[in-house]
Design a protein. Structure first.
Length: 658
């Protein structure tokens, strides 16, 4: 067998494929000295990634698996003599294995107390995917870089077995196959120390106090620093202080001004946990002094809205350190209208003499020594000018029998104002009609200073009518005017009064009476042998009859025509004449509006008579009641008054036997 033309085959797989039929395989040349070629036997044996054997040549459609396969050809002659030759078929995969850490969150775990390292419970294995190579041919390695930059490497997966020190570590996995395909993924593992043991460091003295002398506004303090006593887990990251007057962040000593300065020393570990220790430095200063002038009042210039040439005065002040005296103004006079005097560097006061507007101007001085000590005082300069008046409070009264209320409304209060002041007033009723006025009347002395205060003359007693009366007061002087309003309300609370009378009358006369021992006419039957008409007995009160009307009707504020009259008649039950009084007849109460003589049937709306029932059985008087009440035009309701209506009986009619 001539294998000189045999060569090794190498082909690359397509993506996502793990086997391939080579494009062409080498074929050895056969030769023999003593035997014909047809008598020779050829066979093949394939070992490695792919295994197969058979007689003849390797089939052209045989698929080879990923990896290296060795093809051995064997030729045998009839005498048993053999010869061999071989070559390799290498199938190269380009699909890399995959290691996936995206489902692994960056692991954060907390170390147990008194420990410096741990196997984190939260760490899990990554997801691994491979297609063409068996598991035992896949290589997994890792590199762990700790917070100091040291790298720990190894093989396999680390979940549940790898110990991590306190701090942040970077973990990288590398997966590879025999073809050199590889993938990586990474994540972090942070082991946190959640508390800093207070036995591992010592805080500095938290309180320092001193006094400044008369010429110095600060004190130099030599202050201790926070000290680390031990660091068993090598976790301390830094210490510093935030004093605004420190030498540097590791040295809090320095010049501290008059004030209370609070700052902190901080210690931090690699987990970002910070402990702090407070320090207070107190520097006392001498007390500053500030006293403002007393408040005062001045009159405005004549016929002017201001007072000129006013001496505003200056405050008293004292301090030992650099100080600033400033002022502000509010109220009637604006800052732009006043001038400033500078008495010394950083000492500013209101210029005198100066001009101040009508009203109240407040001047406020602020004295500060630059060390946080501040004193503030203020005073006012009041310039009185236009009148300011305030009317008496509203009053409410009840009308008398003449529907008025006599009352002296008084005069407004003069809050402020420079004489001379002229007063005016106008009084109007509810409809705006002018009842009386003092317009155009000068009601105070026109000589300056003659009346102090220049009050209005009183209106005096006035009969205030029903409703709301408004008094408009106006006060004027050369600087302006002010108006206020006063209301006097008179209410009607008196109900109407009336007189009525007791009504007594007999039942209507009998039209006819007939003896009939066999009567069965229930309409006219009375007893067992008499027929009469009318029956039952009643007294007719004809429409328009004024016997039941009120005799008089009076109200203090309303006309009698504007008073509503109400009444009701309650009937007493009477014996039933149809059964000789064995039962009683009841009659509904009737009610009316207006006089009873004007009674209108509620069903028909027409004037109608009123029947007042009598006793036609026992022939006794029957007493009914009528109740009256009235409401005036202002809604005042009278008490109810009940009177009797007595209906006397007719004579009894009987048949005499002869």
């Amino acid at each position: 067998m001539d294998c000189s033309g045999v060569y090794n085959v190498e082909e690359t797989l397509s993506p996502d494929s793990c086997s391939k039929t080579p494009t062409a395989l080498p074929v050895p040349e056969l030769s023999a000295t003593c035997w014909d070629l047809d008598s020779l036997t050829i066979s093949y044996i394939i070992t490695g990634a792919t295994t197969a054997s058979d007689t003849g040549y390797v089939p052209g459609d045989l698929a080879f698996e990923t990896g290296i396969s060795t093809v051995n050809y064997v030729i045998t002659d009839p005498d048993g003599n053999t010869d061999t030759c071989s070559f390799t078929v290498t199938i190269v995969s380009i699909t890399p294995p995959v290691i996936e850490c995206s489902d692994l969150p960056n692991v954060v775990d907390s170390i147990p107390p008194d420990s410096c390292s741990m196997v984190p419970d939260a760490l899990t294995d990554p997801d691994i995917y491979y297609t063409c190579w068996p598991a035992d041919s896949i290589s997994i390695t890792y590199n762990i870089t700790n917070r100091d930059g040291n790298i720990v490497s190894g093989t396999g997966l680390i979940a549940g077995r790898q110990v991590f020190d306190v701090g942040l570590s970077y973990v990288e996995y590398i997966i590879s196959d025999p073809d050199g395909n590889s993938d990586t993924c990474s994540f972090t593992v942070e082991i946190k120390q959640l508390n800093i043991p207070d036995t591992t460091y010592e805080s500095p003295d938290p309180w320092h106090e001193a006094y400044a002398n008369e010429d110095i506004c600060e004190v130099y303090f030599t202050l201790d620093a926070l000290q680390i006593l031990s660091d068993p887990c090598n976790v301390y990251d830094s210490i510093w202080n935030n004093s605004p007057y420190r030498t540097d962040e590791l040295n809090a000593s320095g010049w501290y001004p008059v004030d209370t300065t609070e700052f902190y020393w901080y210690i931090r570990n690699v987990s970002g946990i910070i402990d702090s220790s407070p320090v207070t430095v107190v520097v006392h200063d001498t007390t500053i002094e500030l006293l403002c002038p007393e408040s005062f009042t001045v009159d405005a210039d004549f016929d002017s809205p201001y007072a000129s040439g006013v001496d505003a005065g200056i405050p008293y002040f004292k301090d030992n350190c650099d100080s600033i005296l400033t002022w502000t103004v509010s109220g009637a006079t604006t800052f732009e209208e006043l001038e400033t005097d500078t008495l010394a560097p950083n000492v500013y006061v209101v210029h005198s003499l100066d001009t101040f507007n009508l009203g109240v101007t407040t001047i406020e001085y602020t004295f500060s020594d630059g060390n946080g000590n501040i004193e503030v005082c203020s005073y006012t300069i009041t310039v009185t000018g236009p009148p300011e008046i305030e009317c008496p409070d509203p009053d409410t009264f009840y009308a008398n029998e003449n529907c008025v209320y006599p009352f002296d409304p008084g005069i407004p209060e003069l809050i402020e104002g420079v004489p001379p002041i002229d007063w005016y007033w106008t009084m109007t009723d509810t409809l705006g009609n002018v009842l009386i006025d003092g317009s155009g009347r000068v009601m105070s002395d026109s000589t300056i200073g003659a009346v102090d205060p220049p009050l209005a003359d009183p209106i005096g007693e006035f009969d205030f009518p029903l409703g709301v009366t408004q008094i408009t007061w106006i006060a004027k002087n050369v600087s302006g005017a002010d108006t206020c309003w006063q209301e006097i309300t008179v209410l009607d609370t008196t109900p109407p009064v009336f007189t009525d009378t007791i009504y007594e009358n007999c039942v209507d006369p009998i039209h006819w009476a007939v003896y009939n021992p066999t009567t069965s006419n229930a309409r006219y039957a009375v007893g067992y042998d008499m027929e009469i008409s009318p029956v039952p007995d009643y007294r007719t009160f004809p429409s328009g009859d004024t016997s039941l009307d009120l005799l008089t009707l009076y109200d203090n504020c309303c006309d009698s025509a504007d008073i509503d009259i109400y009444w009701e008649i309650v009937f007493t039950d009477v014996p039933n004449p149809y059964d000789d009084g064995a039962t009683y007849i009841s009659h509904d109460t009737i009610r009316g509006y207006g006089q009873p003589s004007e009674y209108v049937d509620p069903d028909t709306g027409l004037p109608t008579d009123i029947k007042l029932w009598g006793d036609g059985v026992n022939f006794d008087p029957v007493t009914h009641t009528i109740t009256y009440w009235a409401e005036d035009c202002n809604g005042n309701m009278s008490k109810r008054d009940t009177r009797t209506i007595v209906i006397t009986p007719r004579p009894e009619i009987t048949k005499e036997d002869y």
